[in-house]
Design a protein around this ligand. Structure first.
Ligand SMILES: NC(=O)c1ccc[n+]([C@@H]2O[C@H](COP(=O)([O-])OP(=O)(O)OC[C@H]3O[C@@H](n4cnc5c(N)ncnc54)[C@H](O)[C@@H]3O)[C@@H](O)[C@H]2O)c1
Length: 462
């Protein structure tokens, strides 16, 4: 039995099925706020699971924060991070002994095994090396997505994890978000009858696109990973998880249409800080987004003293990619990308990844023979064709004690908690995103990219 099968039931019916959920409030006649109850398979942990974090950046900090909040469950005992500021901060937060602090991941494995698990939150191209080494040395692994930018390497990790009998949890965090857990559960119970097709939409939001995929770490697909994997492996994975049938073929289209030199406005300059004539009107202005609005400034490693922030941010805009003109980068990631997938039993799915939206938050429509579901991660509306009855479910991850700082609809820390339990109990079944469960959606991503580049429908072979 896994967590989905054990969720506690209470008496709300939708389309003849019971919703297994802890209802927090009835918002109106047909509208309920809910949370996912604690997993009954979780057991009290005698001593915390110990882990070494490789890469103390944004994601390393997310899982580190789980440990800081729940020290009886997870203890970070080592870190590898080349940026001194991050290494120092992480070591201080987790009281890591000096001998367990390393500059790069390789150094960790020069030592005999000294923790239960390795948390891999290094850049995309530095997942494979540490993951293979960790498995060889008998560590369990929490592995950020994408598993690897190469299909062969993904398959090698799967093979070695099986050979060594170790747990590899892929950070497909949306699988743990109460919103998607509920959607999955209702589909599995037949709430909308047989699923015929799915439409899924990922609005990236235009300034997020500019930050991460035009200026930021993932702007060049050859140096990192194609955007269909780096951004949308979550989405392909959720579609696959909902449909729960083998994927058969895939076709994709899209390109980089806007963020290129031909679209640079007259009067624009290499950096927004170079006296650009259109900076005040540009929605992508680095000065507007980072300096004026202070959005996404965690990438700047700012000092604790807030009075220094303005000066440091301006200095970063003058010296790093984050201050450069979005039309003059070496970026190649598509800013619009559509994919159609055919699954077993001829179930179909359409997926759109779009940069040019004013909003974020994935939208999903499930079309079943007896009903449909429409949701945007803040609410899920289920309509039963037989009765015409509509039910609205509003997930509440933040209200689950301790999950306040968790991202991805609550999924980040809920994954961390399941991972800790899986390691403590040595039972991979406590996870819904093991490497076995996750690899197919990665293969779908590789095939989508090949289809987009070759203009061909690709067969998916697992
Ligand atoms: N699950 C998700 O939703 C999600 C969201 C964002 C990013 N990610 C993935 O997580 C990973 C990390 O992303 P991030 O946003 O934290 O990036 P980041 O740049 O903030 O952090 C990566 C860290 O790795 C460090 N690093 C670089 N080389 C290293 C080495 N040789 N040894 C040890 N550390 C090294 C960097 O200095 C940096 O601090 C990426 O693979 C990314 O695609 C996943």
């Amino acid at each position: 039995m896994n967590r989905r099968e054990l969720l506690k039931s209470i008496g709300i019916s939708v389309g003849g099925t019971i919703i297994s959920t802890k209802v927090l409030a009835r918002l109106s006649d047909n509208s309920f706020e809910y949370s996912i109850p604690p997993n009954p398979l979780h057991k009290p942990i005698g001593k915390p699971v110990t882990a070494i974090t490789l890469g103390a950046g944004n994601r390393g900090t997310v899982y580190g924060n789980f440990s800081a909040e729940f020290p009886k469950e997870l203890k970070i005992v080592g870190v590898a991070e080349p940026i001194k500021y991050r290494n120092d901060k992480y070591a201080k937060t987790h009281k890591i002994a000096d001998e367990n602090r390393f500059t790069t991941w390789e150094h960790v494995f020069n030592r005999p095994k000294f923790a239960d698990a390795i948390i891999i939150t290094t850049p995309d191209r530095l997942h494979y090396g540490p993951c293979m080494k960790a498995l060889e040395m008998g560590y369990d692994v929490l592995l950020e997505k994408p598993i690897s930018p190469s299909e062969k390497e993904c398959r090698n990790i799967l093979e070695l994890s099986k050979k060594k009998g170790r747990i590899v949890a892929v950070c497909h965090v949306l699988r743990y978000a109460p919103y998607f857990v509920k959607m999955k559960e209702l589909i599995a119970k037949g709430t909308v009858g047989e699923v015929i097709s799915v439409q899924h939409f990922e609005p990236i939001e235009h300034t997020h696109m500019a930050h991460s995929y035009v200026r930021g770490n993932w702007h060049n697909s050859k140096e990192t990973t194609p955007i269909i994997l780096s951004k949308s492996c979550h989405d392909l994975d959720i579609i696959k998880w909902m449909i729960n049938k083998p994927s058969k073929q895939i076709v994709a289209m899209g390109d980089l249409k806007w963020f290129k030199i031909q679209n640079a406005p007259e009067g624009s300059t290499p950096r927004c800080t170079d006296g650009c004539k259109v900076e005040r009107q540009c929605p992508y202005s680095a000065i507007r987004n980072y300096y004026d609005k202070r959005e996404r400034i965690n990438v700047f490693d700012l000092p604790e003293d807030k009075s220094k922030h303005a000066e440091v941010i301006m200095e970063r805009l003058k010296t790093t990619n984050y201050g450069r003109c979005v039309y003059r980068m070496e970026n190649d990631q598509p800013d619009h990308y559509i994919t159609s997938i055919q699954f077993g039993d001829n179930v179909t799915a359409n997926f759109s990844m779009e940069a040019f939206t004013s909003y974020a938050g994935r939208r999903t429509r499930i079309m079943g023979a007896m009903g449909d579901m429409v949701g945007d991660m803040t609410e899920l509306v289920i309509t039963d064709f037989r009765t015409g009855k509509q039910t609205k479910l509003v997930p509440k991850a933040e209200d689950v004690e301790g999950y306040k700082n968790s991202g991805h609809g609550g999924g980040d820390w809920l994954l961390a908690r399941d991972f800790v339990q899986a390691v403590a109990q040595q039972n991979a079944q406590l996870l819904t995103s093991t490497i076995d469960d996750s690899i197919e959606s990665h293969v779908m991503g590789f095939m989508a990219e090949e289809s987009r580049k070759k203009g061909k429908v690709m067969q998916i072979k697992m």
